[in-house]
Design a protein around this ligand. Structure first.
Ligand code: GZL
Length: 362
């Protein structure tokens, strides 16, 4: 299935692909089965701009498609769904690609199996969102042996030889954690609680995932700046709503004086909010417990508008167009930056959330 030449038109067509903020991008509501070939019309562009950006390319007509194998983590969160959608709406036949998609159900062994399957199918490129940072050297060596370039999206791999992958696109997780800590300090100051003893708990993401490692590290850097902040306990909520609720229930049983809960993704926050309410407590700007989270998916805006969530720190999932740009550059024999951060912001209840929500791409 290896291809030789890519028309310049594909490069032009796809570099026009923008990371969506125009119009709402509806996250797919189906859980992708294990390895599927995403048919051309698998994900209709979420809005007109997406269709315009992904104008049909010259080589698609000739049937010379670039085959991309995408080893996705799973379907554990709204963020993941939006990330999958971004790939499926970018890597279409209309845009000159054939996408082979694998959902690893959050298991590293499934991702390794998927990568080996892509190698056997002789895909042109392998893209991986690694569920955890370690344990990838062997299978990346196999891809290198087979002459198949690997691109990392979302989470990072901890490998001694970074020539094993061409580039990485994702969020700056440590910065996200530090931005959260700085926001919290300012918020508490504004509440007249700048010197108060503040008790915190953290619902971490999947342990060993770079999003978890970075956000925990970033927040720890800020804890060190505030001697009146106390981290009572941290436990993993696996980036899921159900586990987030379970962990918050156990925290509420152990501590009756929690002031802040830091959730390492929005879905964990939704679970934590359910647990707080079930325990007869309140949360959000007017509540007993401050709730902050990461990702900034649409449901987080709805939670802030409802007065439950205080703030969410963005982690942009729209990596499809960015990875397509990298592939086009590689096809054209250009060099690509090894590390490519996506733009990120944060949102809280002081902002005009309805207006922002109307513009959100995910
Ligand atoms: C972040 C990504 C994380 C999200 C979670 O880049 O790896 O995984 O924050 C998702 O929602 O499960």
């Amino acid at each position: 299935m290896k291809r030789k030449v890519l028309s310049a038109l594909l490069i032009a067509a796809m570099t026009a692909a923008t990371v969506g903020c125009g119009g709402g991008q509806q996250a797919a509501d189906t859980q992708a089965p294990a390895e599927t070939e995403a048919p051309a019309d698998d994900a209709a562009p979420a809005d007109d701009t997406a269709a315009d950006d992904a104008a049909p390319a010259d080589n698609a007509a000739s049937g010379e498609l670039i085959t991309v194998g995408y080893a996705q983590v799973g379907a554990e969160s709204d963020w993941r769904t939006a990330n999958t959608e971004s790939f499926k709406s970018t890597f279409t036949e209309e845009n000159g690609y054939k996408l082979i998609f694998d959902d690893a159900q959050q298991k590293q062994e499934n991702q390794i199996k998927a990568i080996r399957s892509f190698i056997q199918q002789e895909v042109d490129y392998i893209v991986v969102a690694p569920v955890v940072e370690t344990g990838w050297e062997t299978v990346l060596e196999e891809a290198k042996e087979a002459g198949i370039p690997v691109i990392l999206s979302d989470r990072m791999m901890d490998v001694s030889d970074d020539t094993l992958y061409e580039a990485w696109v994702g969020g700056n997780f440590v910065k996200e954690g530090e931005t959260c800590g700085d926001w919290l300090a300012k918020y508490l100051e504004e509440q007249g609680r700048g010197e108060e003893e503040i008790n915190m708990v953290t619902i971490q993401g999947t342990i060993g995932a770079s999003a978890q490692v970075g956000r925990t590290e970033g927040m720890a850097n800020k804890l060190a700046e505030h001697s009146n902040w106390k981290m009572l306990e941290m436990q993993s909520g696996e980036f899921t709503q159900a586990k987030g609720q379970e962990v918050m229930e156990s925290f509420l049983k152990s501590y009756d004086d929690i002031d802040v809960v830091i959730c390492e993704n929005d879905n964990e926050a939704f679970g934590a909010i359910d647990a707080i309410k079930a325990a007869g407590k309140t949360c959000g700007p007017d509540g007993d417990i401050i709730v902050v989270s990461f990702d900034s998916v649409k449901a987080a805006f709805e939670s802030m508008i409802a007065g439950d969530l205080n703030a969410t720190f963005e982690c942009n999932p729209l990596h499809g167009p960015r990875v397509a740009e990298i592939i086009q550059k590689l096809e054209a024999g250009e060099t690509v930056d090894k590390i490519q951060y996506v733009d990120e912001a944060y949102f809280d209840t002081s902002m005009d959330l309805e207006t922002i929500l109307a513009e959100r791409a995910y």
